[in-house]
Ligand binder design. Sequence first.
Ligand code: GLN
Length: 484
Amino acid sequence: MKKQALTKLSFIFALLSLAFILNACSQKKETTGTSDDRKYIIATDTTFAPFEFEDTNGEFVGIDMDLLNAIAEDQGFTFEIKPLGFNAAVQALESNQVDGVIAGMSITDERKEKFDFSDAYFDSGVVMAVSEKEKNISSYADLKGKNVAIKTGTEGATFANSIKDKYGFTTTTFDDSSNMYEEVKSGNAVATFEDYPVIAYGINQGNGLKLATEKEAGGQYGFAVNQGENEALIKMFNEGLQHLKDSGQYQEIVDKYLATPESKASETGFIGLIKENYKKLLDGLGKTLLITLVSILLAAIIGILFGLLSVAPNRGLKVIATLYVDLMRGLPLIVLAFFIYFGIPSLTGIRLSATIAGITTLSLNAGAYIAEIVRGGINAVDNGQLEAARSLGLPYGKAMQKVILPQAIRMMIPSFINQFVITLKDTSILSVIGLVELTQTGKIIIARNLQSFDMWLIIGLIYIIVITILTKISKQLERRIQNG
Ligand code: GLN
């Protein structure tokens, strides 16, 4: 029974990993190839309406998206959009993870040192907004001693930071615009600095804010690629943009979003939100589960290997295992994820998909904890048993395999299950590299409907339900193995 269950489990794991590796290989092919058949990877923000946002049908739309689609059609190239969030998109471009960024990105002198921009396609400019109930803040001077919400890496944040000492306010930083608005509405911050067309559109849609100042001059949007790379893409973008302007299609796209703001309201309430979003949520959950399963399998292999090294009768091997475990335990998961996704590609030029980077991060991290579980399990078996087995003439390897490991494994199972649950929850951290798993799915939906309480409640419940079910199944399996 025990053997059968284990074989079945390993078979499922093997199949899953194979599917993943094949999938990863096919993704790789899409991003390479000659310039003609090449598919460009373009990063964008998670939400920056009316430039990029998810509509009520769950489709990613906006001025940037429509422009890029029309330009690609005009110029005959293909592309794939990655909604990473603004700061992550710019970092992904810097590290060559993507070919370009279109995200209401302002053309600034500082950015021009690193990136090549297309011709400007939209006029913007930073403006200050406050809660619509706010009566006392109508100039920068009113911000003295107050807190202001800004968005990482944006022109609005740069502007706020440049005047914060002069006017004596503090800043709190967020990754997306919707969280920034929530901060102002909840009263934790009194104001926010955001691009004029975006905040004006949001106010029109009833986001609960109002403008407090005139907009600052400057800030035109452009499409960006890394300096000196993808010149052909910029050229196509500029040519296409000109064609769209000449034909009037550019104006049509802009009017579509600015003249007639989206009218279909989102569903509200717990049940309404589930009805409207269950497909997206299931997709996100599927990705979460797949990533967890593949990562935990790889982590088990890494963990068993390093766990065995750490109890080996050889100092050198022990040191290697200790180094690995210490390194992984000392690194916060989010730092490891950033290092693998942004750091390694900028050093080596090898492009990793967010999925592969995510799996690598989780496997390396969980691998270290499993190594400790394995070491603990083996050490928990009475030392006398190894000596007894060896004195009966069994070599070290055989004694381990026949006498120590079967007992150790039984002791390890509860900790394994625990690690499995931890790894599943840790997948949520991968949303920072734009992986659209369950948490990132939630972020994108909230960015559209601004219903954070109900949505986070739904997401939290999904995690709890799934983890409870999986723990029950694992416990059952454990019982079978123990009794087997
Ligand atoms: N236009 C701003 C910038 O480039 C903000 C862009 C965004 O948040 N998507 O910094």
